[in-house]
Ligand binder design. Structure first.
Ligand code: CTP
Ligand SMILES: C[C@](O)(CO)[C@H](O)COP(=O)(O)O
Length: 236
């Protein structure tokens, strides 16, 4: 892929969650993976990218872990306030970028702190595929397994057609102004928003799905981290 053909972009890393499903002694983004924290690996996926204009990380107000990381001293990393939900944390970071001079037409890539295994080839594919798109889109993975719909008793009601089902991943790439507006409207309306695409969908848009690698896994439960630790050991 030709780097000069890729668009410039800002990155937003929401890292203000508590990781309740992980059931660890600290938020999952601060758990170790290959000798460093998950969050440090995630930041590394973007640092040094030749088209990166700047990066904002959303942190919980009472976060005692961030200041202990070497990257806390890196003045290039903007810090936004985390919010109640992921969407609030992302919205706060977008506000910060706008206040620091980002333009409404600039591309913003939002990527979960809990996805430390984003491959550069996936990041660059997303940028290349969406560079000329009027709206933007997201990395996603087509459903692989046979899918079942359950009834209230936990029995199979039917087998679902999987040919149009995708799992939403991150990064999700949209224009700053449009995404900020969509999130603001959705949050004010009290709509449940789990990713940027759902805010854009709620606003009436149809984001593009860009197929990515399944190993850009979100660490959600303890077994995800065990799996990724094995991948990491093989990679290095
Ligand atoms: N109020 C919140 C909630 C989540 N996140 C971030 O959003 C990403 C994806 O969310 P998820 O996997 O749901 O993380 P948690 O909310 O921490 O996990 P859980 O739902 O298990 O508590 C994570 O990087 C998380 O830190 C955030 O910045 N602010
Ligand atoms: C943004 C996300 O990672 C896309 O897969 C996801 O929506 C985060 O929330 P979830 O509750 O873990 O699905």
């Amino acid at each position: 892929m030709n780097i000069p053909d890729l668009p410039f972009f800002w990155a937003v890393i929401p890292a203000a969650g508590i990781g309740s499903r992980m059931r660890a002694d600290r938020p999952k983004q601060y758990l170790p993976l290959g000798g460093r924290t998950i969050l440090e690996h995630t930041l590394d996926c973007f640092h040094g990218h030749p088209r990166l204009k700047g990066l904002a990380v959303s942190l919980a107000q009472d976060d005692p872990y961030w200041s202990r990381l070497p990257c806390a001293a890196d003045e290039r990393i903007l810090r936004a306030a985390g919010g109640r939900e992921r969407a609030d944390s992302v919205f706060n970071a977008l506000q910060l970028l706008a206040a620091r001079g980002a333009d409404a037409a600039d591309w913003v890539l939002v990527h979960d702190a809990a996805r430390p295994n984003l491959a550069r080839v996936d990041l660059d594919r997303l940028l290349a595929e969406l560079a000329d798109d009027p709206l933007g889109g997201l990395l996603a993975v087509p459903a692989r397994d046979t899918l079942k719909r359950a009834d209230a008793d936990g029995r199979v009601r039917e087998t679902v057609d999987r040919s149009t089902i995708w799992q939403a991943y991150t990064p999700q790439m949209f224009r700053l102004g449009a995404l900020r507006q969509a999130l603001d409207d959705a949050l004010r309306a009290g709509v449940a928003i789990t990713d940027e695409s759902s805010a854009m969908e709620w606003a009436g848009y149809a984001p593009r799905l860009i197929e990515g690698r399944a190993d850009n896994l979100k660490i959600t439960r303890p077994e995800d981290l065990l799996w990724l630790q094995q991948v990491w050991t093989r990679k290095r």
